[in-house]
Design a protein around this ligand. Structure first.
Ligand code: MOS
Length: 741
């Protein structure tokens, strides 16, 4: 019989089973459970399922910006060998939102919102035939004459967006007055461009309908539980008629939080054809028609007393999105709680543009917000003549500076101190442009890291079988983050099983609904559901042993109590099953929860060319209990690498005439490659957060990027004396300001 063990985080949970359990696998740097499947090619990604009678679909995008389709000529395409059909019935073929958790009213693709929006799918017996025919489809259209494509020209028309996860406008005290009265001030404007998540695996779906009208979609998605709802809404069917399978996901970074057009196109085409359809987006289509991170313009105002106490803090941001979309990049998310200052103004306004939808990309908010805030902090520290670390310590808030509630746990100061020692911060010359090695100017910089910690409702089922093995089942995903491994470790630790004796089944909406992978809440949320399910099974084991649960030791597949040592399989009988269910509660309001860290970077800037090379980086992080030291470290390495791209190379360019993305592939949109990334060092501090969840773990997936790029920009300033506030820091922006050779 299945039991449900539910917990709502209304109170802190000071007692963790992990502090008394004896299996000893939590936190260990264990290898990924699914690693051998991946490196041997046995892991099946969405497009790789071998399904009989499959038709191949290739998507067609609108070759114009905002406007209207007046006809689609597909006779030539349909006549080509191997071509089955071209689906262009856009009264039923809906463009679903690529993101946004609420399903939206269907929109016919007769009205095109942005350049490249998917408007047709060509179906053929082979991929090659479909791709060839897709080139022959002619979209006749009228471009609208009121298209809005130029951010610079339209930024005067910014509006206040609808309320998002954080209020778009926040004000406390009198910022203007505090700025006027401050001994030292900074008023700097930073800009960041649109960005693409650039996950390795492109968006891909195989849609199969069965005779009962049930759709199975093998897709590459981060949050199957939500995606099922979006897909069902887009198709106009009940969510009970849709199943999503996403066992392996080759990265997402936000771009796969919501459904993308290929899933809807494949599902509609499969329905029309009466056979399964596969649709894989080409890399250029992933750029054109999934989601981007918004460009930003951020004004930071800081005012301080002569001894470095912040009295004024302003962070005002412009971002961009489509006319009807609610989402805005919450750049001020960490600014709300990172530093004390009595007078505060944190505003987000939005410029309505007919560019590709903007949405969440890794660390939405902090990833670009901290590029500005942490750059301005460096500027003010210099003006004050105070060391940047010392300056941050002076402004360390006792409590949340806006809500007046305590931090659940906060080790920013210790991260900076440990990092400073490890990195050799004392060797930094505060005067910029003074360290030179041949033709290289060398400098070091630092920035704080912070990423809000969140908990989302999540459920998982754990079964202990008569063989003594345990199975974890949940529709949680592993998007490269290590979920398979940590969920196995959690169940194994609580049940006293080695990791090899725990099977983990993920990414199938037939399993209990999980939080999904997003917002760095995956491990804490889905991990707690597994912990709770295993806790319930532990109680069943105690009962079967006839002892109090507190008298029970579970280790190496045995229950030990009362001088007895019994194999778990014997106690399991027909099998023991429990569901764990976690929900957020009062703790998220009664405490401010965030993971913290400190980034350190050393760069060389070529004195002749202005080229920036990152020489070394260190990130010191405190994110509560670390569940697996290896996969956690990999998350941070990935985040810091993201930071290098953000700081130095990534720049998605929109044609101001029609919004078309100009550099829509990985040859022209520059993510860091091996040669750009030096040895990165990651250190974790011991920390527990009893307000986050009973595992005492906080989020880590997006912590590594938050602040990383600012440390690099601050190092470039230290190396050269050139302060670039227009990201990325390409050599053309640095060259003119370099000291004479
Ligand atoms: Mo993340 S941008 O919430 O996948």
């Amino acid at each position: 019989m299945s039991t449900t063990n539910s917990l709502k985080m209304d109170k802190p949970t000071p007692d963790s089973l992990f502090d008394t359990s004896t299996q000893g696998i939590i936190g260990k740097p264990l290898d990924r459970k699914e690693g051998p499947h991946k490196v041997s090619g046995a892991a099946t990604y969405a497009a790789e399922y071998q399904i009989e009678n499959l038709a191949y679909g290739v998507l067609v995008g609108a070759p114009f910006g905002k406007g209207k389709i007046i006809g689609i000529e597909s006779d030539v395409a349909k006549a080509l060998p191997g071509v089955i059909d071209v689906v262009t019935d856009f009264n039923t073929f809906l463009t679903a939102p690529a993101q946004g958790l609420a399903p939206k009213a269907p929109q016919g693709v007769e009205n095109v919102q942005y350049f490249g929006e998917i408007v047709a799918i060509v179906l053929a017996e082979s991929f090659e035939a479909a791709r060839d025919a897709a080139q022959q489809v002619v979209i006749k259209h009228e471009a609208a004459d009121d298209g809005r494509y130029d951010f610079e020209a339209l930024k005067g028309e910014a509006e206040k967006p609808a309320k998002g996860d954080i209020p778009p406008h926040y004000s406390q005290g009198d910022l203007e007055k505090a700025m006027a009265e401050a001994a030292v001030t900074v008023d700097s404007t930073f800009t960041t461009p649109s960005q693409n998540s650039a996950a390795m695996e492109p968006h891909a779906s195989i849609a199969t309908w069965d005779d009962s009208g049930m759709l199975t979609l093998h897709g590459s998605y981060q949050m199957p539980g939500n995606d099922v709802e979006q897909l069902a809404a887009a198709l106009g069917v009940s969510k009970s008629k849709v199943r999503i399978v996403a066992r392996y996901v080759g990265g997402g970074f936000g771009s796969k939080l919501g459904i993308a057009p290929e899933s809807v196109a494949a599902a509609l085409a499969a329905k029309a054809l009466g056979r399964p359809v596969k649709a894989v987006m080409a890399r250029q289509q992933v750029f054109d028609a999934t989601v981007r991170r918004s460009n930003t313009e951020q004004r930071i105002r800081l005012g301080a007393t002569a001894d470095g106490k912040l009295t004024a803090l302003g962070h005002e941001t412009l971002t961009s999105n489509l006319p009807d979309d609610d989402y805005f990049e919450p750049t001020g998310q960490a600014t709300h709680f990172l530093y004390s200052a009595e007078n505060r103004e944190i505003n987000h306004d939005i410029v309505r543009l007919d560019w590709l939808l903007s949405g969440s990309m890794r660390a939405p908010g902090e990833a670009v917000g901290m590029l500005a805030l942490e750059g301005a902090m460096d500027e003010l520290a210099e003006k004050l003549g105070i060391d940047p670390i010392e300056f941050r310590k002076i402004n360390e808030p006792e409590m949340d500076p806006e809500k007046g509630v305590p931090h659940s746990s906060r080790e920013l100061v210790r991260c900076m101190d440990v990092g400073a020692t490890s990195f050799g911060w004392d060797k930094r010359n505060a005067t910029p442009g003074t360290r030179r090695e041949g033709e290289w100017l060398v400098g070091i910089g630092m920035a704080a890291a912070a990423r809000s910690n969140m908990l989302q409702p999540s459920e998982a089922r754990v079964t202990l079988s008569a063989t003594g093995r345990a199975t974890v089942e949940t529709d949680m995903t592993d998007i490269g983050t290590g979920t398979y491994t940590i969920l196995g470790q959690i169940a194994g630790e609580v049940l006293g099983l080695p990791l090899e004796h725990v099977d983990v089944e993920l990414g199938d909406t037939n399993f209990p609904t999980a939080a999904g992978s997003g917002g760095s809440f995956g491990a804490g949320s889905s991990g707690t559901s597994v912990y709770l399910a295993a806790e319930a099974i532990r109680e069943k084991i105690a009962k079967a042993m006839g002892v109090d649960v507190d008298a029970l030791t579970l280790k190496d597949g045995h229950a030990i109590a009362d001088n007895r040592r019994v194999p778990l399989g014997e106690l399991a009988g027909e099998g023991m099953v429990a569901v764990g269910s976690i929900k957020p509660g009062k703790q998220e309001k009664e405490t401010t929860q965030s993971s913290y860290g400190a980034h350190f970077a050393e760069v060389g800037v070529n004195a002749v060319t202005g080229e920036v090379r990152v020489r070394r980086m260190l990130g010191v992080f405190a994110a509560g209990r670390i569940l697996n030291a290896k996969t956690a470290r990999s998350q941070c390495l990935g985040g810091m690498t993201f930071g290098i791209g953000t700081a130095l190379t990534e720049d998605l360019i929109h044609d101001p005439r029609n919004g078309k993305l100009v550099n829509r592939d990985l040859a022209e949109y520059h993510v860091p490659v091996n040669a750009d990334v030096p040895q990165l060092k990651v250190e974790f501090l011991e920390e527990r957060d009893i307000h986050a969840n009973p595992m005492h773990a906080k989020g880590i997936g997006e912590l590594g990027i938050s602040g990383a790029g600012a440390a690099i920009a601050n190092a470039v300033y230290n190396a050269t004396g050139v302060r670039v506030r227009d990201y990325p820091l390409t050599l053309d922006k640095i060259l003119d300001g370099l000291p004479a050779l």
